[in-house]
Design a protein around this ligand. Sequence first.
Ligand code: DGL
Length: 288
Amino acid sequence: MLQKISQKIGVFDSGVGGLTVLRQLYQQLPQESILYFADTARLPYGNRSQSEILQFVREILTWMSIEGVKMVIMACNTSSALALEKVRSEFDFPILGIILPGARAAVKLGQKIGVIATPATAKSRAYSQAIQEIKPQATVIEVGCPPFVPLIEQNRLNHPHTERVVRYYLQPLLAQEIDTLIYGCTHYRHLENVIREIIPPQIRLVDPATHVVTAAMRELKMLGLKNYRIPEPTRFCVSGCPEKFAFLSKQWLGFTPRVEKISLPVISENAQMDSLVRITKNVPHFGE
Ligand code: DGL
C-alpha cells in the first residue's frame, strides 16, 4: 500500500490546456507526484470524432497503466465528454473526468449557464446533461469555439485578432444574458485576461480544473491513497515536439520543464478487449 501511495497521478490533455489542472494540483495536492502527458502530435482534439478520441484515450491510459499511475485525471473536456464513460471500467485505477465537477460547481452559482467548449464537447451536450440532471430548471447554452485552441497553442494570446475572435464567440452568450460562464475546455483558462475584459463583471466564471482537483483529493483520501511524503518532480511527456511544449509552458508554470518525447502503445480497435487494457474493474468512484 505504501508503495501505491507514492505512485504518480497521471494527467493528460492534447496540449497545454491540462497545465491549468496541473497548477491546481500544485496548489491543492502539493505532495503528489505527477505524470503529465500532452498529445501534441494529434492536437486539437476538439474537431475529432468520438472513435478517434476513444482510440487516443485508450492508448494514453494503457501507457499510463504501464507507467504505474495510481489515478488518472482527464485534464481534457473533450476526452471526458466523449470517452470517459466507455473507458472507465477498462482500467484498474480511478479515472476522473472534468465535466461533472465543473457542472456541480456551476449549478451552485447560477441559473443561466453558458459553456464555451471545443466543437466536439459542445456537440456532445455533456455539460447540458450533467447540469440539468442536478438542476433541471437551469438553462444551459453551449458554444463550440473552434479557433481558441489553435490560437493558444500558437501562443497568440495577446494578439488583437484573438480578442476579436473571443468576442465573436462570447457574443451569443452575452446576448442571452448568462449569469455564469464555464470554461468547458481546459485551454480556455489561458484566455482569462481577454475573457474578463469582454464579459460584464457580474458573470461568474467557473474553472472546472479547480473542482476536478478537489474531487481527486476527496477520492484519494477515501481510497487511502493520498501521499504525505515529498513528491518527485513532475515528469512531462509529449507525442510531438518537446522543445515547443517546454517553451510554451514556461509562462504558465513559471519554470521551463524538462520534456520527453514518448511513443504511445498502438492499440488496434478491438484490442481494448484484450488483456493489457482490461486489467480490472470494480474500482469505486465517488467523484466523477
Ligand atoms: N483542452 C482540451 C479540452 O478541454 C482539448 C482541446 C483540443 O485539443 O481541442 O477539451
